[in-house]
Write a protein that binds this ligand. Structure first.
Ligand code: SF4
Ligand code: SF4
Length: 191
């Protein structure tokens, strides 16, 4: 069996920790994070693998993996970790690094949702649900798919139910610190 030689490069860990701290170096590979994660079935690397590969500086592998995009940010892993490693937050950081480095996402629709979500927040400092989904459906090409398959009827019904329960407000609301939020997100774009 051929084995790939792995060359550790600890600069990635330093670069990532400077944006945290996430305390990744404290990981002792107990796998409690992975065992509690609800979406491992859709991952190509387990959460503890991601931590290990970050420590070993395998940038190409971690930035190109599906795991960072399917992570639901539920924070179960962070809560379960006995060493206080901020795994969920680290996943987010890796996602952002992948965007900044121009690494193509193996899950392009999740990347589209990520970008649509951040653009939506940029306007008012908080998400405006009423325009978020239509913007995503248009940008991702899902609208056409839904139209052709007829599933739009189900989503329309769901939308009406949400509207009647006040979950899709007609008037968007802003927060006081929206300029600061915009500044953070603009800085992100400029890298
Ligand atoms: S739970 Fe924490 S210490 Fe255990 S493998 Fe996951 S990150 Fe490492
Ligand atoms: S935050 Fe992500 S990696 Fe952690 S348990 Fe939830 S889905 Fe899994």
């Amino acid at each position: 069996m051929s084995q790939k030689i792995l060359n550790p490069d600890y600069r990635l860990l330093e670069q990532i920790e400077a944006q945290g701290p996430f305390q990744a170096a404290a990981c002792f590979q107990c796998r409690k994070c992975t065992n509690g994660c609800p979406v491992t079935f859709a991952m190509d690397l387990y959460p503890d693998d991601v931590i290990r590969l970050v420590i070993l500086g395998q940038q190409e592998t971690v930035l190109g993996c599906r795991t960072i995009w399917v992570c639901a940010a539920c924070e179960t892993c962070t809560t379960r970790c006995p060493n206080d490693v901020k795994i969920a937050e680290l996943m987010d950081c890796l996602k952002e690094m992948a965007v900044q480095e121009g690494v193509p996402s193996p899950q392009p629709q999740i990347l589209t949702l990520h970008e649509t979500f951040l653009n939506n927040i940029k306007k008012r400092g908080r998400v405006y649900e009423t325009t978020l989904l239509p913007a995503y459906l248009l940008k991702s090409g899902k609208l056409l798919e839904m139209w052709n398959s007829g599933t739009w009827r189900y989503d329309l019904k769901l939308g009406r139910q949400m509207f009647s329960k006040g979950r899709l407000p007609l008037r968007p609301q802003s927060i006081k610190g929206k300029k600061e939020v915009r500044k953070i997100l603009t800085r992100r774009k400029q890298g």
